[in-house]
Design a protein around this ligand. Sequence first.
Ligand code: FAD
Length: 458
Amino acid sequence: MEALQIHGSEAQKKTYLAPLIAGRWTGTMNLTEPQAGSDLGALKTRAEPKGDHHLLTGQKIFITYGDHEMAENIVHFVLARLPDAPNGSKGISLFIVPKFLVNADGSLGARNDVKAVALEHKLGIHASPTCVMAYGDEGGAVGYLVGEPNRGLEYMFTMMNNARLAVGVQGLAIAERALQAARAYAGQRVQGTTPGNDPAARLPIHHHPDIRRSLMAMRAWSEATRCLIYFAAGTLDRAKRHPDSTERADYQALVDLLIPIAKAWSTDRGVTAASLGVQIHGGAGFIEETGVAQFYRDARIAPIYEGTNGIQAIDLLGRKLLRDGGRTAHGLIAAMTVTLKALKANSDPEVKILANHLEPTLTALANATEYLLKLGEAEIARALAGASPYLDLFGLVLGGWLLAKSTLAARDRGDPIRDEKLAVTQFYMANHLPQALALEIAIVSGADSVLKLPPERI
Ligand SMILES: Cc1cc2nc3c(=O)[nH]c(=O)nc-3n(C[C@H](O)[C@H](O)[C@H](O)COP(=O)(O)OP(=O)(O)OC[C@H]3O[C@@H](n4cnc5c(N)ncnc54)[C@H](O)[C@@H]3O)c2cc1C
C-alpha cells in the first residue's frame, strides 16, 4: 500500500488502494527467485510490453501469502525485467499483477495467468502459506508497470524501512510471548529447593537463582528491544512529519542507521529469548503441548527474511556508516553521552552506578566506529568481516542507553513501575551489556582470523 501510494499512478491508486486498505484484497511482495535471493540483481522474470500492459513470465519462490482464499483478490507486487533493461539491479521494474483482473467499474474479471504451484514445508510459521509462484504458464500474466521503468528496486526500498521495522517487531513480540509463557510455567512448576531453605520443602522453580537469571535475561532482552523499536518508530515518524525540512533530513539519516539494527538485533534477541523459554520449561519445552517449541521455530525466520541479518550488518556498515563518513553515528554517540552525563549527575547511587557500565561500552562503540571508518572502502573485506559483531555491539549499547533513558524518565515522573524498571536496567547493564566489550575486540582484532583460512578449507 505504501509503495502504491507513493509510486502508483492515479488510476492504479483508484483501482487498488481502497480494497487493499479495507482488507477486502491482500497484497504480496514477489522479489525472490531460485537464483536471486539476497542478490536481487540476478532476477530473471521477464515483462514484455503489450498495449497498455505487460505480460510477465517467470518463477518466484518463498512468497508469503502467495495464494489463499481469505480475500476476494490478491495484488502481487512483482519485480521483473523489461526486454531492453540493463543487467543487474539497475534493470529491475515493479509491476502490479492482480490474481483476478479488475474491470473498469472495479468488479473482478478473469483469472490472471499467475498461480501458486507449490507450498513450502517449513521449520515454523506454519499458518503462513509460503508459495512457489508461476507467472505466464499460459502465455503471460497481465501486469501493470508502477512508476518508471528500471526503478523497481528503488520503489521497493521506499517501504523497506517500515517492512524491516515490522520484522523487528516480530522479534520483540516473540521474546515477550516466550517470556510470558516461561514466567507462568516457572511460577507453577515445583522442583527442588533453594540453598538455606528447608531441604524437605519443594518450591516453584522461579525461586532458583539460575531460573531467575534466565527470566531476567528474557525480560531485559524484551524491554531493550521494545525501547529500540519505539525509538526507531518515533524517528521514522519524525523523518516524515517534522515541520522543518533540515530536521526531517537528519531524522531520515538517523532512522536509516537504526533500521538494520532494529531489524537484526531485535530478531536475534527474539531467537535467544525463545530458546531460553524452551530451556526454562525443561523437557516440557521440547514437547509440543506447551506451545513454546512453536515460538522457537517461529522466531527463526525473522533473522532470515526481509533481508538476512548478515545483509543488515553489511547495510549498516557500508550504506549507513561509511557513506556519510560516520556523521549520523557520531551524532547518536553524542546523544548517548548526554544520557551518560545525566546518570553520573544523578543523586541516587543506584542510578549513578549505571554510568559505570554504560561508559566503557560507549567507548567500545566509539572505538569500533573509528576503526571501521579508518578501514573504509580501502580495506572493505576486513571491515565486512566485523560487520555482524558491529551491528551487535551497536544494538547492545543502544539497548543500554535507551533503558537508562527510560529509567531516568520513570523516576523523574514517579512512575509506579520505576523500581522494576531500574531492576531490569541494572540487570541489563551488569549482565548483557558487558558483551559489548568483547565485541569490540572481535571487530578490531578478529578480521585476520576470519579471513585466514581459504573458504573451501573452513
Ligand atoms: C518463510 C519465508 C517467507 C518469505 N517471504 C518472502 C516474500 O513474501 N517475498 C519475497 O520476495 N521473498 C520472501 N522470502 C525470501 C527471503 O526474503 C529470502 O530467503 C532472503 O532474502 C534470503 O535469500 P536466500 O534465501 O536466497 O538466501 P541467500 O541470498 O542465498 O543467502 C544465504 C546466506 O548467504 C548470506 N549472503 C548472501 N549474500 C551475501 C553477501 N553479499 N554478503 C554476505 N553474505 C551474504 C546471507 O546472509 C545468508 O546467510 C521468504 C523466505 C522465507 C523462508
